[in-house]
Design a protein around this ligand. Structure first.
Ligand code: NI
Length: 221
C-alpha cells in the first residue's frame, strides 16, 4: 500500500486555497479531479509520476521555484517517482468568488420577482438604505426613489402601468461591488400600448443585497 502525500493548507479563503503537498519517496496523492484552475510552485527539484485516465502514464519535471499553471478538470494520481528524495510543491487554487456568486444570485432573484410581480420578493433583494433610479424621469438620473418605501412604491407603479410585463433574455454579471443585468422588456400598458425594448440595470451592492438599482433602456425613435 503506497504512502499518501501529506497536504498542509496554508490559505483557505473565499478566493484562494494554497496547499503545500509533501511527498516521501514513493508517496502518492491518490486519484483526484481538479475543480479549479491552479498554479504549482515546486519547492524542490524532482520528478512526478502521473497516472492519467485511460491507463496512461506521464512524468512531470519539477524545478524548484519555476511555476506552471493548469486548468480545471485535470484528473490524475500523482506519485513521487524517486525512491530516495522527498519532494514538495505549493498548489495555489483560484476558487470561486463566493461573494460574486451570491450577488449574482440576488440579481437572478430580483428578475424572477419582477416576472412573478412579487413586491415582497423584490424588496427581499434590496438593502436597508436602498435606492432606485428609473430609466425615465425628469432628472439626469431618470427619477430617483430613495428609501425602502419609495422603492417599493416605484416597483408597484411599474406593475400598475403594465398589467402584462415580462423581463426576458436576462444576463447577469458581477465585477467587484458592481452588477450588470441586461434584459428585454415586453409589456402591455393599460391603454393597450405595447413596449418591446432592451435595457439594463447597473447595480451597487451592500453585502449581498442591492443598494442601488440604476435602470437604462432603449428609446425607440
Ligand atoms: Ni493534482
Amino acid at each position: 500500500m503506497p504512502q499518501s502525500a501529506r497536504p498542509v493548507v496554508h490559505v483557505d479563503d473565499e478566493r484562494f486555497k494554497v496547499t503545500e503537498w509533501r511527498f516521501a519517496p514513493g508517496a502518492e496523492t491518490g486519484w483526484h479531479r481538479h475543480g479549479h484552475d491552479y498554479v504549482i510552485v515546486p519547492l524542490t527539484d524532482g520528478t512526478l509520476k502521473l497516472d492519467l485516465p485511460g491507463g496512461h502514464e506521464a512524468e512531470a519535471r519539477l524545478v524548484r521555484g519555476v511555476p506552471y499553471s493548469r486548468r480545471e478538470g485535470v484528473e490524475h494520481n500523482v506519485t513521487n517517482g524517486s525512491d530516495a528524495e522527498p519532494l514538495a510543491f505549493l498548489e495555489v487554487e483560484v476558487v470561486d468568488d463566493v461573494t460574486a456568486l451570491r450577488r449574482r444570485a440576488t440579481m437572478e432573484a430580483l428578475m424572477a420577482a419582477f416576472n412573478a410581480r412579487d413586491l415582497d420578493a423584490l424588496m427581499a433583494c434590496m438593502s436597508e438604505d436602498c435606492a432606485f433610479q428609473s430609466a425615465a424621469g425628469p432628472d439626469a438620473e431618470g427619477a430617483l426613489h430613495r428609501g425602502r418605501a419609495a422603492v417599493r412604491a416605484a416597483y408597484a407603479a411599474i406593475f400598475d402601468t403594465f398589467p402584462e410585463a415580462a423581463w426576458t433574455e436576462g444576463t447577469h454579471m458581477v465585477a467587484g461591488g458592481t452588477g450588470l443585468s441586461t434584459w428585454r422588456f415586453l409589456g402591455t400598458a393599460h391603454d393597450g400600448r405595447r413596449v418591446d425594448v432592451r435595457g439594463c440595470d447597473v447595480f451597487a451592492f451592500e453585502g449581498d443585497l442591492i443598494a442601488l438599482k440604476d435602470s437604462y433602456r432603449k428609446a425607440r425613435g
